[in-house]
Design a protein around this ligand. Structure first.
Ligand code: GDP
Length: 306
């Protein structure tokens, strides 16, 4: 996902490396870093604040008087990237396996997870991926087909459930409503002794009042333990702007960024946490059910720096 930004950051670092190192050429290199962020479609304010923090440290005496100033600068950018992504630069061990702990699954009783996002963001597919990951932990899961907006969504979820041998709760869309399906789905999951129930709610092409009203109703009636926003990495700042609207309506607990295997510039990944304050939990890395990875800020920052 980060080919272009990685190349541009490395160009910036090598331009700092050329010639005698002084404040002027560090500042020049920093301009190139800023340009790389903006070209990757990073939110403007996020890029500005990031550059302020990096530049303050990079032109300090500690760097200029050090033996390897350019390495220090790469280190500063790395640290700030990790912080931007919501992590701790000291974290060094990470498993790509998505776990139930990251989803906030409780040890006892039923955990209700509400998925939301725009149409086409990958919600239904991601419900299947999560069910697969939970099944690997031997957690009994029920998927609830509450996307009555997109005609094929119910069948799609049933097919995924069939592949995974995971139960899918659905009702006839002609005589039901999304709120009713979710309520009944949660009741059903509780009665059947499941540990997790995942609500696949409807998206729309754009954020609109009807959608938000419907989601708030589901939120009120089903009191989910986790509200997870699914964002399509390919849509860049649009994904970030809709995340703000969903977070205002639902107080999100986490974000899953899909299609990171595609040709995206990385702006959504780099901005969404800083703009919304909501942590990124997982990333979608492919269309198949095993295409889901845990999100680790340190790992992502290392990938960005190449
Ligand atoms: P929904 O409308 O939000 O439920 O979206 P879908 O789950 O139907 O996904 C829309 C499209 O995105 C489908 O073609 C999926 O196969 C595809 N998709 C979902 N997640 C990923 C991903 O991580 N990588 C790739 N390459 N495609 C994905």
């Amino acid at each position: 996902m980060f080919d272009s930004i990685t190349g541009k950051l490395n160009d910036a670092f090598s331009s700092i490396n050329r010639g005698r190192l002084n404040e002027a050429n560090i500042r020049e290199g920093m301009k190139q870093v800023r340009q790389a962020l903006l070209e990757a479609d990073v939110n403007y304010d996020v890029a500005r604040d990031f550059m302020k923090r990096v530049t303050e440290q990079a032109v300090g005496d500690k760097v200029l008087k050090s033996l390897r100033p350019s390495e220090q600068i790469v280190g500063i950018v790395y640290q700030e990237l990790v912080l931007l992504l919501g992590g701790d630069p000291r974290e060094s061990e990470f498993s790509p396996r998505p776990t139930s702990a990251e989803l906030g699954v409780k040890r006892d009783g039923l955990t209700v997870i509400m998925m939301c996002g725009l149409q086409g963001s990958g919600k239904t597919t991601t419900c299947g991926k999560l069910a697969r990951a939970l099944k690997q932990e031997k957690l009994e899961t029920v998927l609830v087909a509450a996307d009555l907006q997109r005609p094929a969504a119910i069948e799609q979820l049933k097919t995924l459930g069939g592949q995974l041998d995971v139960e899918v709760y659905a009702e006839d869309p002609a005589s039901s409503s999304p709120v009713q399906v979710c309520r009944n789905g949660v009741k059903h999951a509780r009665k059947s002794g499941a540990q997790v129930v995942i609500l696949d709610t409807a998206g729309r092409l754009h954020v609109d009042d009807d959608l938000m009203r419907e989601l708030r109703q589901i939120d009120n009636k089903c009191a989910p333990d986790s509200a997870i926003y699914v964002a399509d990495a390919m849509t860049g700042q649009d994904a970030v702007n809709s995340a703000i609207a969903f977070n205002d309506a639902l107080e999100l607990d986490g974000v899953i960024l899909t299609k990171t295997d595609g040709d995206t510039r990385g702006g959504a990944a780099l901005s969404i946490r800083a703009v919304t304050g909501v942590p990124l939990k997982f990333i979608g890395t492919g269309e198949t059910l095993d295409g889901l990875e845990a999100f680790h800020p340190t790992r992502m920052a290392q990938r960005i720096l190449g």
